[in-house]
Ligand binder design. Structure first.
Ligand code: GLN
Ligand code: ZN
Length: 757
């Protein structure tokens, strides 16, 4: 029995990867130095995995930005607007596709399945795929030459790659498979010729489909590849859910099948029990949760392993994480400041790999060989379960009486609309922003000084107030209608709240990649959630004191806090969501009591929580919507509740979005090139709505004409009386000048539109 890994976090223990990339983008690190730096990081990760006793180490999972973009680059699938002329994709072009440049807007970026990772969407329109290199071969050779590691190259398979791409219709899938198959074939042939034994082919899309026609294409893909590379063994890897078409998948002509036995709702195990597992294949048993951070119940894992052993010979079993470890931080080693009962119950990437090595050892030598470690793990889990922070009487009483907590506002929207119109008297097409303004180096360094104790609370508060004052001034001068305080006191939209709520803990270094070099440090919800004191009232009230215009209070919603945290595994996500909602409700009430009449409760991560399988969507949406409503239901009708979402796939959850009953919603649009707008052709959305009129992910400053076109497009299907003008998302990642210039153009576009409509 072997232990295997599916992918290692790229960013490095101390985000060395991020720092190197950003230094390069800032012109402070030349290309050569970047390559050297990233190579050192990459080799370090391989060595680490070997040290931890992992038998099967992935290579090629490392990237300079995103693994889907890597494939696109390898296939020469680069949109024409980047001036790509064929051949190897240079670094500047590669980064331009990801981030945009002066001439061209970046490619769309979207959520990787139901995770908080974002990949760059391949654009197939006009593409003529050719192999521009073989990065898997390079990675394989490097690991062997530099470290003597016989790595297992990993790449996303043709089916998943194409399903994630855009720019073609469903009837063209087969044609695109025909175009890509020879390239995949060539990549694999070269690996085979080089002596690679196994290749890990990720097809997570198989956990999200049961379409017969598409499955036939999958069969065709793997039959073709098997013929071309008879000696190479493919590990067909699925993750994030159970495989619906288990029998089809299990009988594909590959040498191994990787299944997720953690996030599968028990269905993969049931499938193995029911249909067995092919005797000539290796099973990649995804037993250790690749997405959560808790130490595993190893005893239970061994039981599962024993059961799998009834169907699969031990030498054909690989114990592995449920998915790539990309979704968890690198190591618990540095988390010395956490309470011992919490720290003891955590396992990040390195600790998970150690667990895997342990499971494999137990599989080879028997449980008694690891008895001490099993005991230790069980003791750690028990210590956390018994901690008082897990059991707050007050919170549990509220949850027990949940059915008596209000979850709808006193008036229906129609009535609230009138009252709000009277109270606010806003112009047609009111302008606003999503909340944050640039987190400049100055803002970040102030926060660091305060955190380190170099600055007193007073000094830091004064600094934050100064920023608020400055930006209230700028917003006033720009002529925006609804202002924000700018979120200068916030590091991150979830961490900030988590730090003020009971039941949350924070790691020193628990970073995970969100997109490109952007990393997030998710809080850990380990106890019952409670609000000890108001979190945002002081800054918001200060901002409001500086202007006659309304200032929106700014909160992160319960579902986003949930979905962007690592959540305890002893309670349902639904219950934890209600706990957060009740705490936020107190904050909303406090803001209202302090005179704040517009309150935005952001839910950018609502969609992220959608289960992969359609049939489970509604149950999730129902409790998610209820949690949002619990947090916003108790305000007066005149108080305007806003919400914000930063994605544009909307049509399929539009009923639930509407059921949130927010008076105004702002949504990202520009990166999906207006696809969102078409959602409203068929659906009458009656509440206030702002479809972002410019992309904030790129430093590019769009002009008023461009934004005007976005407005026109939206107003073809939406009523000007309900429409708001705003950027796609918060502006914290932008620079001051870009922000001001873009907002000036946005206001200008609005003024022109007001004359037209
Ligand atoms: N209010 C937040 C901000 O402006 C919203 C961010 C988000 O949606 N991700 O930064
Ligand atoms: Zn957003």
């Amino acid at each position: 029995m072997k232990s295997g890994n599916l992918g290692y976090p790229r960013i490095g223990r101390n985000r060395e990867w991020k720092k190197a990339l950003e230094a390069c983008w800032a012109g402070k690190l030349n290309e050569e130095a970047l390559h050297a730096e990233l190579k050192a990081i990459r080799l370090g990760h391989l060595k680490k995995q070997r040290e931890l006793g992992i038998d099967i180490i992935p290579v090629g999972d490392f990237t300079y930005y995103d693994h889907i973009l890597d494939l696109s680059a390898m296939f020469g699938i680069i949109p024409a607007r980047f001036g790509y002329k064929g051949g190897a994709v240079d670094l500047a072009t590669y980064f331009a596709v990801a981030r945009g440049n002066r001439e061209a807007a970046a490619s769309e970026m979207t959520k990787w399945f139901n995770t908080n990772y974002h990949y760059i969407v391949p654009e197939l329109t006009g593409a003529r795929p050719v192999l521009t290199g073989n990065r898997l071969l390079d990675a394989y050779r490097e690991a062997k030459a530099e470290l003597g590691i016989e790595g297992r190259p990993v790449l996303v398979g043709p089916y998943t790659y194409l399903k994630l791409a855009k720019g073609y219709g469903p009837e063209e899938l087969a044609g695109w498979i025909d175009r890509l198959l020879p390239l995949y074939g060539q990549v694999l042939c070269e690996l085979e010729a080089e002596g690679a034994e196994w290749v890990q082919m990720d097809e997570p899309m198989l956990a999200a489909t049961s379409d017969k026609g598409e499955l036939a294409q999958v069969v065709r893909i793997y039959e073709t590849l098997a013929k071309e590379t008879p000696k190479l063994k493919l590990m067909l890897q699925t993750y994030f859910e159970s495989v619906d078409a288990y029998e089809t998948v299990a009988s594909l002509p590959v040498h191994g099948i990787g299944l997720d036995f953690v996030h599968d709702g028990g269905r993969n195990l049931t499938a193995v029990r029911t249909h067995g597992f092919p005797a000539d294949k290796t099973l990649g048993a995804g037993l250790i949760d690749g997405r959560a951070i808790w130490r595993a119940d190893l005893k239970m894992k061994l039981d599962t392993l024993a059961e799998l052993g009834e169907f699969v010979a031990a030498d054909r079993l690989v114990v592995q994480p449920s998915c790539s470890l990309l979704h968890v931080p690198a190591s618990v080693a540095e988390e010395t400041a956490l309470k011992p009962e919490l720290r003891g119950a955590l396992a990040f990437a390195d600790e998970k790999l150690a667990e895997l090595a342990l499971l494999a050892k137990a599989g080879r030598l028997g449980e008694s060989a690891v008895a001490a470690e099993l005991d230790g793990a069980a003791r750690s889990r028990r210590a956390l379960a018994q901690s008082p922070s897990r059991n707050r009487a007050q919170v549990q009483a509220q949850i027990a009486s949940l059915s008596s907590q209000p979850d709808r506002r006193a008036d229906l929207f129609e009535a609230r609309k009138e009252k709000q119109r009277e109270r606010w008297n806003l112009p047609l097409l009111p302008t606003t922003t999503i909340g944050s303004f640039p987190q400049t180096p100055e803002v970040r360094s102030a926060r660091q000084k305060w955190r380190k104790g170099e600055w007193s609370n007073e000094r830091y508060d004064a600094f934050v107030r100064e920023q608020i004052r400055r930006w209230i001034g700028i917003q006033t001068e720009l002529g925006l209608d609804v202002l924000v305080h700018g979120e200068f006191e916030r590091n991150d939209m979830v961490e900030f709240f988590g730090e003020k709520l009971e039941g949350f803990a924070f790691t020193a270094n628990g970073w995970v990649q969100s997109y490109g070099s952007r990393c997030v440090k998710p809080p850990i919800i380990y106890g019952d959630v409670e609000l000890p004191a108001p979190m945002t009232v002081a800054e918001t009230v200060y901002a409001q004191s500086l202007t006659e215009k309304p200032v929106k209070g700014m909160l992160t919603g319960p579902i986003t806090i949930l979905n962007w945290s690592f959540v305890r595994d002893d309670k349902s996500r639904e219950e934890v969501a209600y706990q957060i909602a009740l705490a936020l409700r107190s904050e909303v009430e406090a803001l209202e009591a302090a005179g704040i009449g517009m309150i935005q409760v952001d839910e950018p991560a609502l969609r992220e929580g959608l289960p992969l399988k359609r049939e489970q969507w509604q149950a999730y949406l129902d409790w998610a919507v209820r949690a949002f409503r619990i947090s916003t239901a108790t305000v007066q009708s005149e108080t305007q509740i806003h919400t914000h979402m930063c994605y544009s796939e909307f049509h399929d959850i539009i009923d639930s979005i509407s059921a949130l009953d927010a008076d105004v919603i702002s949504i990202e649009t520009s990166r999906s090139h207006g696809e969102l707008v078409s959602s409203f052709e068929a659906y009458t959305y009656d509440k206030g709505i702002g479809l972002g009129v410019y992309d904030i992910h790129s430093p590019r400053v769009p002009n008023a004409e461009e934004m005007g076109a976005m407005i026109d497009r939206a107003l073809r299907v939406l009523d000007p009386a309900q429409f708001w003008i705003n950027p796609d998302c918060g502006l914290k990642t932008r620079k001051d000048e870009e922000t001001i210039d873009s907002l000036r153009n946005m206001v200008q576009a609005t003024e022109r539109a007001r004359e037209k409509y």
